[in-house]
Design a protein around this ligand. Structure first.
Ligand code: UTP
Length: 271
């Protein structure tokens, strides 16, 4: 049973400036709940109660969110307003939270390698909180865990995107099995439309085996001068150790304004 889930939250969130100048992107609310809380709830629903954050400068608000706020809580104690805190209190009771810092933002691969100190030598989940996933039934991380339990290798969540958007994603190709899972044999980070092997894009949900850390240590900076997790996963894929899962549910890319607004409308209408 995988208990640890890593949240790389050190990025600058430049697409949301000036909102993210002093505030973490992951604390931006979808209606009344910060993005990162949706992600931690998904991890907890998958049985991952050890939450590990790779943070950076200006991210203190995330640590404060997953802690008691004595003065405020004392002030509203015994009033109906306490109900607003039910969801976050449940997470604080249920989970442990640990933190480490990425000193320079050298990419998602580097952020995950920075998390090694919190993860150790066991398989773990990774959630990028700015990809907000929603499903009626089982959460997306829980779906990936089911695949991991069966095959015991790294698992990535993928979705079909328009070819005009493949340049924003890591893109996979592979052989499709009977159960619809894809045994990955090729991966390209942010390809041009003409170089993309498929339109199957990796979204921000992974289960990784710990050998990824050694691979990342030896992975040179790739696209954009950043250490790319896609490049490290390609090394595992060459050994037949990566499966891609077309998940059930929907994903909102809250790292850009259109996706953020779509998620806000969706969750508002659900209230
Ligand atoms: P993104 O590229 O979507 O996030 O990285 P960003 O860099 O914060 O956003 P923009 O492009 O400037 O608007 C995907 C995820 O990886 C984390 C980010 O926090 C985000 O959750 N990340 C990225 C790190 O933790 N460290 C990095 O060096 C890069």
């Amino acid at each position: 049973m995988i208990k640890k889930c890593l949240f790389p939250v050190a990025g600058y969130g430049t697409r949301f400036l000036p909102a993210t100048k002093a505030m973490p992107k992951e604390m931006m609310p979808i209606v009344n709940k910060p993005l990162v809380q949706y992600g931690v709830e998904e991890a907890a629903r998958a049985g991952m109660n050890n939450i590990a954050f790779v943070t950076g400068r200006n991210k203190r608000a995330i640590e404060d969110h997953f802690d008691i706020t004595y003065e405020l809580e004392d002030q509203i104690s015994g009033t109906s307003k306490e109900d607003y805190l039910i969801s976050i209190r449940a997470l604080i009771d249920q989970c442990t939270f640990s933190y480490t810092r990425q000193v320079s933002m050298k990419g998602l691969g580097d952020a995950i390698l920075t998390g090694e100190t919190l993860i150790g030598d066991s398989p773990f989940g990774v959630i990028l909180a700015d990809d907000l996933c929603e499903s009626d039934d089982k959460g997306v991380m829980a779906q990936l865990l089911d695949v991991y339990e069966k095959y015991r290798c790294s698992v990535v969540a993928v979705e079909e995107v328009p070819m005009s958007e493949v340049h924003n994603y890591g893109v996979i190709a592979g052989d499709v099995g009977d159960d619809g899972l894809i045994f990955v044999n090729n991966m390209v980070e942010k390809p041009n439309k003409k170089d993309a092997p498929t339109n199957l894009a990796i979204i921000g949900r992974y289960v990784l085996t710990p050998d990824i850390f050694d691979i990342l240590r030896n992975t040179a900076p790739g696209k954009g001068g950043e250490v790319q997790i896609t490049d490290a996963l390609l090394e595992q894929a060459k050994q037949g150790k990566v499966i891609a899962c077309k998940f059930n549910g929907q994903r909102f890319d809250c790292g850009n304004v259109d996706g953020f607004v779509a998620a806000t409308n969706y969750f508002y209408n659900k209230m």
